[in-house]
Design a protein around this ligand. Sequence first.
Ligand SMILES: *Cc1c(COP(=O)(O)O)cnc(C)c1O
Length: 387
Amino acid sequence: MGLRFDQLSRESRVEISRSALIHNLRTIRAIVGEKVDISAVVKACAYGHGYGQVVEILKPEGIRFFGVHSIDEAAALVQGDSSLPILILGYVPFEHLEYAVERDWRLTVFNMETVGKLAEITRRLNRNAYVHLKLETGTNRQGIRQSDLQGFISVLEKSRNVIIEGVSMHFANIEDTTDHSFAKMQLDCFANMLNIFENAGITIPIRHTASSAASLLFKSTHFDMIRFGISLYGLWPSKETYLSYLLSNPDNSLLRPVLSWKSIVSQIKDVPAGEYIGYGCTYRTTTDSRIAVIPVGYFDGYDRKLSNLAHVLIRGKRAPVRGRVCMDIFMVDVTHIPDAILEDEVVMIGEQGHEKISADQLADWVGTINYEIVSRINPLLPRVIVE
Ligand SMILES: *Cc1c(COP(=O)(O)O)cnc(C)c1O
């Protein structure tokens, strides 16, 4: 009684390092320079780091926009704080446009039908809507094709209260390769489309193209603002991006991981040689063993593919996962850690003693990318800010 839930819950919790987050922000600010604005991409529960925690740390830092995917995410992020500048990067259904316009949330627009709805809403409310037109330059995800751009411009010129605040694009192939010719082609395409605005006499205040990889690698992608996501959280977008960066920069200590994920040992037991562990009997002890039970599972985002594969840290040593990861529980071998006891700290992601397990390491084990590892950590788990 009297304790807050997040103080109670050591069972599985995510720690967010304030100093690491601030360090990464200042690092990118030094790279892009003072003239380029930074929008912090905080979609997907701030890549699993927690909306409230990340906003609390970044709000005083002069972020141009907080970038979210959807109107639901925007609502979850602001929690009634109407002063937070929001840029919605994904699609907003017609029925929610008015809600966004009333709050001055910036909309990414790539459908003529949306422009029509916004024209009607802004006329009725006698209020401006600020849009960022997303241009198609080769990703073929969201975007206005060059052949349709003139049509958009003509309609927007008649819709006085729909203000083109920004124009953007998104790179298709910048993280997955060290060959950046496709990105250069997209950039040329973007430049051609910017000329169409210029020829129509339209000045665009905020041109933006760069996510983390482009921001870290190419000044020519920075324009007026960057949309910085994964590397804000101290993670490299890919090995290729890291390599490309190292080729022209000797400093490899640029980013500091922000997130650690910890739990506690919930039971320790002796298991004789020759017994099975967990569902499916996929692991059989070869010697008399000590097994620790960890109250974390795939529901929490600890992927089932980590079964019989991953390690956690206990007392500064690596303990291998034995058997299948269950929905809420998995088991590890601590035979070689005789001093391990009930309620010892367990690190799934982060450092302990001289050992470290990174989100990249988990991603390699699972066969995915660090983005998926951190963004799928169960949003119900407490996020705690540490210095
Ligand atoms: C997610 C996203 C970003 C951020 O990408 P990172 O690689 O995480 O920096 C930028 N722009 C758009 C449109 C996005 O959806």
